[in-house]
Design a protein around this ligand. Structure first.
Ligand SMILES: [Zn+2]
Length: 266
């Protein structure tokens, strides 16, 4: 099997295999790739109890997207934080699941660089132990002052956000969670890191995202044309037809098994 390039005929051949055989193929790809990148979305965190914002049971079914627009936040921080408290508690109290842990374990077992680019704001990849994480929609674990831009860690604002109070900077300014609101630019540094991860990847695994939201959905196109990619998502994605392996199966079923097949690097 070629390490560097997988044709669509390989996909057609592998798609006829049963799940365990496809998981073995994935483990082989992990071993042979010089550098691995993951692009993850809400689907990897649903097993941690964090709802997908856009799915049929997601947050946007019961809450207007306007709540997460920067204009609404700036005009109504008090109203925002009263509603936000329930989301905040649900996200910061969540624990990494077997999918997050498998990616962190892969990095330890392979002893090679594993870049994680995530659309999620829950920081669960870092909590699980992944070391190269680009959070392209920001993180709920820090917040910054709208007046002086000072950044605060979670301990500082945790009790205010939990109870729906507006957190304030030492300077008196209002703190805003460091997540990307509608109407805001993505964090530049994280996006540069994400593109670099795509360029460097010799294997890309797209997990738990149906790649509907740009610019994140465009990131796989930054990869080298010869780098194979794998899709693990409950529902079909626009990339499925070009992927060398496609799993429409739970991440928690595929990734831990694939990683367990890799011998730990001594
Ligand atoms: Zn300030």
């Amino acid at each position: 099997m070629s390490k560097e390039f997988y044709s669509s005929s390989e996909f057609e051949a592998s798609s006829g295999l049963d799940l365990d055989a496809q998981i073995e193929l994935l483990a082989e790809k992990f071993c042979s790739a010089r550098r691995i990148a993951f692009l993850t979305g809400a689907g990897i965190s649903t097993d941690s109890g964090i709802p997908d914002f856009r799915s049929s049971t997601g947050i946007y079914q019961t809450t207007s997207e306007e709540l997460f627009s920067i204009d609404y936040f700036l005009a109504n921080p008090g109203d925002f934080y009263r509603v936000f408290a329930v989301f905040y508690r649900g996200i910061v109290d969540a624990k990494p699941n077997s999918g997050h842990l498998a990616i962190a374990e892969l990095e330890r077992r392979c002893g090679k660089a594993v870049d994680v680019v995530t659309q999620n704001i829950d920081a669960l990849h870092s909590v699980a132990g992944s070391t190269n994480v680009a959070e392209i929609h920001g993180t709920i674990r820090t917040a910054s002052c709208l007046s002086c831009e000072k950044k605060y860690a979670q301990d500082y604002f945790d009790s205010d956000m939990r109870s729906g109070r507006v957190p304030h900077c030492a300077c008196g300014g209002v703190l805003k969670p460091d997540v990307t609101f509608f109407g805001e630019q993505l964090p530049e540094q994280a996006f540069v890191q994400a593109r670099r991860a795509m360029w460097d990847a010799r294997l890309l695994v797209v997990a738990g995202t149906s790649l509907q939201v740009y610019p994140a959905a465009g990131l796989p196109r930054e990869c080298d044309a010869g780098a194979p990619f794998v899709v693990i998502n409950k529902t079909p994605t626009p990339l499925d037809s070009q992927a060398s392996l496609v799993f429409h199966a739970p991440i928690g079923e595929v990734l831990p098994k694939a990683v367990s097949l890799i011998s730990p690097k001594s």
